[in-house]
Design a protein around this ligand. Sequence first.
Ligand code: DX5
Ligand code: ZN
Length: 218
Amino acid sequence: MKFTLSPSLLSADFMILGEQIRRLEQCGIQNLHFDVMDGAYVPSISFGMPVLKSIRKKTKLVLDAHLMVLEPDRYVEDFRNAGADIIVVHAEACRHLDRTVTHIRQTGAKAGVALNPATPVSVLEEILPQLDMVLVMSVNPGFGGQTFLPYCTDKIRRVREMADLRNPALSVQVDGGVNRNTIQEVLDAGADNVVAGSAVFQGDMEANVAELLAFGEG
Ligand code: DX5
Ligand code: ZN
């Protein structure tokens, strides 16, 4: 099954970020995953609007902003203005999820909701028809390079089933610990958008991308 591979820039080499993005474009990548961490919702701090804005000036690739931020409503406009095409917020970090999703859509961005591993799929029940994307976290958010939590595969399957009934166009993204050993099971479970950080940037990037994309052929 065809899928979108979304390299997570968290694992990029920021000294040569522009060059790495150009190389990803040449490999046929169409989507970049931009992990924003605030040091409060998650332990670590990453990068924010100014970095996204610089990237936007240099690439036409789809940019999805994964906001691991408390009360992300405060930053929706900023990330849209910086050039995000898709804005993904954590259900657990929003006081009023419907309000935030509506806000994202009003800016013209696509709206996504992320679920931590321990958050049940049932929190999506009412909001699902309003969404363009659901991000199923397969590690606890906060760091790249963690190990895939196997029980999340079944969550992907259940999100896909719910979407088939209520929002067939929904994109199901999986994020965390996806590599050559785990990608097949997430694709089989119904993910159509796969984030990969270390599995793309560690070692030979071109070879890594080719190997991962090959799982979508046939
Ligand atoms: C984790 C981030 C991920 C991370 C994935 O909080 O949301 O996007 O960069 O990295 P890997 O693919 O190395 O697990
Ligand atoms: Zn992410």
